[in-house]
Design a protein around this ligand. Sequence first.
Ligand code: SAM
Length: 294
Amino acid sequence: MLKTTEYLLLLAFISLSYDNAVFRPMAAKVDLYNNAYGNYEADVYRRIRTFTYGQDFGQTSWVSNEESHEIPALLGLRSNSHVLEIGCGSGLYALSLAESVSCEVLGLDVNEFAVKNANRLATQAGISDRVRFQTCDVSKPLPFQSACFDAAFSNDVICHIPDRLGLLRELHRVLKPGGKLLLSDALVIGGIISHQEIAARSSIGYYLFSPPGENQRQLTEAGFSVLDAKDTTASAVEISARWRQGRENSKVELIALEGEMNFEGLQQFLRCVQALASERRLLRYLYLAQKSQQ
Ligand SMILES: C[S@@+](CC[C@H](N)C(=O)[O-])C[C@H]1O[C@@H](n2cnc3c(N)ncnc32)[C@H](O)[C@@H]1O
């Protein structure tokens, strides 16, 4: 028969082994964005993006190729459209959009490596007159007049913004009447999640997890009509699996650039995204909303 202390020790050992098997405690913070944008041109990062997404748009998100190609049609973009991208990352998205539709795009991101890279790409492509990027923390009021954009989009960024409703209200303000907004959120709660999983899933920065229906409710409160809410969780499953595999294939090169701790931390982050999304405990949704015509 086990004594109480032996029993407690055994329980602690079992739970520790379980933690170790699933998500080991790693460095408190893991860097994704500085590495991805700062090393954008490195061949190894380009190879991994192509392996992960099939087509390199400089992504650091869970947007499938199919979804990327649908953006102009969903937003109803035309050659005279003036488009705002929130959290533009490396900038290649905005540039591809501007090249395919011949519209004007302004991309905002808080990460200076991202904005520097994006402006460099715009200059290289010779379209810096109509595609521009600005360092901007979108958790603060947007530095634009009201009703000056025809459409706006944001791939997997709102999860990082503390006052989501504030940002949605700002987006509503800067859109012209009838303007459309497309945005995704990969952190909609679908089931039970442990504190270790929340820690691993949040290891790369500030994150908000939201209950189902909350994004639609906040979009409505900000003044939008919600036209569609599409479950795109399968994209997060597939992309996280391929991204982790692509990184594993280039482990030695990545460790030289990122360091071992960060490499392992990001692998664990991606493993966690894949596990939570494949078990539908965290869901990804793509929302299409519109400001009224009046
Ligand atoms: C998941 S990445 C998505 C990047 C890009 N949209 C894509 O699809 O690849 C999230 C982006 O949001 C940016 N971000 C996070 N907090 C922000 C803030 N407060 N203001 C502006 N951008 C922010 C990050 O720097 C990062 O580039």
